[in-house]
Each structure stands twice: as structure tokens, then as C-alpha cells.
Design a protein around this ligand. Sequence first.
Ligand SMILES: NC(=O)c1ccc[n+]([C@@H]2O[C@H](COP(=O)([O-])OP(=O)(O)OC[C@H]3O[C@@H](n4cnc5c(N)ncnc54)[C@H](OP(=O)(O)O)[C@@H]3O)[C@@H](O)[C@H]2O)c1
Length: 305
Amino acid sequence: MRAVIARERDAGADGLTLADLPYPHAAENDVVVRVHAAGFTPGELDWPATWTDRAGRERAPAVPGHELSGVVTDLGYGTTGLTVGQRVFGLTDWARDGSLAEFTAVEARNLAPLPADIEHTVAAALPISGLTAYQGLFDHARLTTGQTVLITGAAGAVGSIAVQLAREAGAVVIGAGRARDRELVLGLGARAFVGLDTQDVRDAGEVDVVFDVVGGDVLGVSAELVRPGGTLVSVAMPPDARPKDGRALFFVVEPDRLRLADLATRVRDGRLKPLVGAVRPLSEAIDAYLHKSAVPGKTIIQVAA
Ligand SMILES: NC(=O)c1ccc[n+]([C@@H]2O[C@H](COP(=O)([O-])OP(=O)(O)OC[C@H]3O[C@@H](n4cnc5c(N)ncnc54)[C@H](OP(=O)(O)O)[C@@H]3O)[C@@H](O)[C@H]2O)c1
């Protein structure tokens, strides 16, 4: 099968190449998925788990990409809940070969059934971005109706979903990001927008929750905006600065089959629209990884027609 591989840690993105790999083995509780569409996260070649397995052993060459939508082709011993031929979407393990491949082996519990009326290219934009947004806003920051939330990077893959989820939960959303993305973010349901290239993030005013995907100085200054008892959550980096009388935290997204199913329901109902950016074939996946697309939203690699 064809796959993108990252050859060695020191080579970084220069070591990406297309290769032929054997069909993957379905270990206990795994399924093998024929990948129809896949997503990757810029920067994942810097993650330790890209280069070592759970026991800390070197595992290069590694297949990058950790989001997929596809069809189950094999079940491992003891796998329950999914069947061969079923449409599925979800996350792959950070420390195993991922989704920029024609087939991949993944733990069944990381996947949810995909309804027939959601396209694979849309579903592949949901798992990391959707779960990260949901877990950050509601599990970690405990955002509730009527509260105000500042979402940075609001036009990006994670931020655009966070804006929609927070809005639907009855929160007042202030988006922040590139000034050119103002209309897009307001169109997703934000009440106000701060263009960080022309404005200071302090223009957002006091908020109950900051959900940050940008990091750096924007994250540092955002801590000042959190009201007493509020929460600053970043998925970009562990925050140094913390609100004077509140919590500051960083987390890494976790697989959650039930939440994936809920996100799929919202997509079917038209309540949630993942922002799909450029759609490129597997043969162009390395170029897509190396050169950020000018199209806003998640770049999707269409592996099978
Ligand atoms: N911890 C976790 O579990 C987790 C999960 C998912 C993602 N992440 C991290 O979250 C970050 C965002 O991921 P993503 O997939 O949403 O990326 P993305 O689609 O590239 O979105 C980032 C958005 O923020 C904007 N932005 C970045 N820096 C900015 C700045 N200094 N000022 C204004 N706007 C800025 C980007 O604009 P441009 O496109 O113009 O740069 C883009 O609109 C990444 O660092 C990723 O690794 C972490």
C-alpha cells in the first residue's frame, strides 16, 4: 500500500517521502481501515510520539497524520463494536503509524461510526479539531450558557469549531485571529472579533474563559483578561502566565467515541460545519504538509476517490 513516511527524526519534514508499505496488522482490539480521507496537524513531526513507541523505542520510519475517515477492512482479535465494511471516522494513536496511508491499523475505541450522509472529506476534518474544541471548552474550562469566551485562532481548524460549539451552548463568543478572517469568524457566530495584526488582544475586554490555539504573546496577555474564577485553556502550549484569580491549563486531546458521534449528529443537523480547506490527493500530501494552504480551514488529504 502507498503511504507517506517520515524517515528519520533529524531529517524532519525533509525526510518525508512516499513509499510502499505492507498492509498493516490488526492487533488485539484494532481494526484496519481503508483510509478515504485523512488529516494531519502541522508540527506533528516535532512530537516525541512520532519517533518513539509507547515503550520509548525508536519507531522510524513513521506514517504521519492522525485523523481519518474510511471503511473497516479487518478486525483484530477481540474487537467489538465495529464491523467489516462499516464507515468510520476518528483518531489514530500518536505513537503508531497514522492516516497518511491507504490503510492503517487503529484501536476500534478511537473510532465512531460515520453516518452515510457525511462525506469522508468532511468527517476527516472533525476528529482532532472537534474533540479538542469540545474538551477544551466544556470538559476543561466548564463553559456555560451566558458566559463570555475569547477564542484565539478562531478561523483555524480548531478555533472555527470552538466558535460554533460555544455559540450553540449559549455563550457570548469573541473571536481573535488574522484581521482578514473577521467576516468568516463573525459568520460562524462570534459576536465580536479582534484582528490581532492590527489590534491588541486586550480589546476583547474581560471574559470568563480564554480558549487559546495561538500561544506565544497572545496567550500571555490573554491571561490578564480572565475574570476571577475563570479559566484559561491553551492547546498550543502550557501557559506561563495565569489569571490572577483563576485556572490556567494545557491539555492534549483524547479519543472519545461518544463525543465523535455527537459531533457527527451536529454536522448532519446542520448545526456544525467543519471548515474544510484545501483537498489534495495522497500524491500531494508532502507538498500539503510543507506549504501551508492559503485556503482557510483544515487541509484534507483525499486518499481514495
Ligand atoms: N493540545 C492538543 O490536543 C491540540 C489539538 C489540536 C491542535 N493543537 C494545536 O493547536 C494549534 C492550532 O491548530 P489548528 O489545527 O487549529 O491550526 P490552524 O488551522 O492553522 O489554525 C490556527 C489559526 O490561528 C491563526 N493564527 C496563528 N498564529 C496567529 C497569530 N500570531 N495571530 C493571529 N492569528 C494567528 C492562523 O492564521 P494563519 O493560518 O494565517 O496562520 C489560523 O487561523 C496548533 O499549534 C496545534 O498543534 C493542539
